[in-house]
Design a protein around this ligand. Structure first.
Ligand code: MG
Length: 374
């Protein structure tokens, strides 16, 4: 057997970019803004292969990887370098990352392209300057209309205005008005998701889901910090009310018991972030969730790269329900091969992650703000 190739060089640059529209507050944070960062590492290995992808690796850690062998199995890719290594594996195989999934997956040689249901995640609290609920609801509905123009059919609405930014009653009333207005704007075929970023409690959750029953909410995300007693109560109440809203949770600092609660049927959709704990974690977790009949919808807000990466998992994970789209253009990173049409993101059948890197720009940011380890 030939020895494994080793890592011979690493270049790292914190690329930056912008969202098309400023993102406002959510239930627990202030304005998210327009600016995004997308740190990219490119590795070169002793066989001449290269791969690039999101990485927050430090210069010290990068130096320690020089001369180290590339793990044979994708499951063994280290977190710090997983995206460059996945990209390299795809490029070496001449296949998109999604096609590295099990042969038994839904993607085959006769069906090389991958189209994955996705949702527009940009409907933040952009209305806090408005005194009038109707005007606020119109504003968010108009933003959903912009999403339709970008090819979206499904939308996630931030709720929980009464958690911090507005008085509880007024904020909850506005949440309800916004949900109704967005439903009216996007029509009955759209799936509407709501996300309280833990800004509700059980009673507020029931109040909002009850008041918006006719808006047919598809999932309720992070209603409150996950708790098995409260989720059991909510499910029992929804059953009595005839509501079938999915319970989604797990981004950020999730409870270590989250998977246990998902397995026992308290949580329908697991949303671990696609950058941390990452792609390789999802690669093994997704099929496990399939076995429990739990849905997968990796969180991908704010990291840019995850928007491109997460849909690849849909080839492997049967219960992959939605890709989250936080649109942003990153200088030097070309994601134009990915397109959004009719509520689906179309993943290009290009090797690796199918992203282009502007060499001159990348080298400039490496020199100005990044590093080279060799
Ligand atoms: Mg969320």
């Amino acid at each position: 057997m030939l020895p494994s190739p080793t890592i011979t060089r690493m270049e790292w640059a914190p690329l930056t970019g912008e969202r098309p529209r400023l993102a406002g507050s959510n239930a627990r944070l202030g304005v998210h803004g327009k600016n995004v960062t997308c740190p990219i590492a490119r590795i070169t290995t002793s066989d001449g292969a290269q791969g690039c992808g999101w990485s927050r690796i430090s210069q010290e850690e990068a130096a320690q990887w020089i001369g180290q062998p590339v793990p044979e199995a994708v499951e063994d890719y280290p977190f710090a370098l997983e995206y460059p290594l996945w990209d390299r594996a795809g490029k070496l195989a001449g296949k998109p990352v999604y096609a590295l999934a099990d042969e038994t997956g839904p993607v085959s040689e006769d069906r090389p392209a991958l189209a994955v249901p996705c949702y527009d995640t940009t409907l933040y609290f952009d209305d806090l300057h408005l005194a009038d609920d109707a005007a606020a609801a119109d504003l968010i509905a108009a933003e959903a209309g912009e999403g339709v123009g970008r090819g979206h059919r499904h939308f996630k609405i931030k709720v929980g205005r009464g958690g911090m930014h507005m008085p509880v009653e007024a904020g909850t009333r506005r949440d309800i008005a916004v949900i109704r207005a967005v439903r009216a704007e996007v029509g009955p075929g759209a799936k509407i998701l709501i996300d309280a970023n833990n800004g509700y409690n059980l009673n507020l959750t029931k109040q909002v889901l009850g008041a918006t029953a006719d808006a047919d909410i598809y999932w309720m995300e992070e209603a409150f910090h996950e708790d098995p007693m409260l989720y059991a109560n909510l499910r029992e109440w929804m059953g009595r009310e005839g509501l079938s809203v999915l319970i989604a949770d797990g981004e950020g600092d999730a409870s270590p018991r989250l998977l246990e609660w998902a397995r026992s049927g308290l949580i329908d959709v697991v949303q671990y972030d696609v950058l941390r704990p990452g792609f390789t974690r999802w690669w093994t977790l997704g099929p496990q969730l399939d076995g429990w009949n739990v849905r997968s919808a990796p969180h991908a807000y704010g990291g840019v790269f995850g928007v491109y990466a997460a849909p690849h998992l849909a080839a492997r994970v049967r219960g992959f329900t939605f890709a989250e789209i936080d649109p942003a253009k990153v200088d030097g990173l070309d994601g134009s091969a990915y397109t959004i049409r009719d509520g689906e993101i179309h993943v290009p059948a290009l090797p690796g992650f199918g992203l282009g890197l502007d060499e001159a720009h990348f080298q400039r940011i490496v020199a100005e703000k990044g590093f080279i380890a060799a």
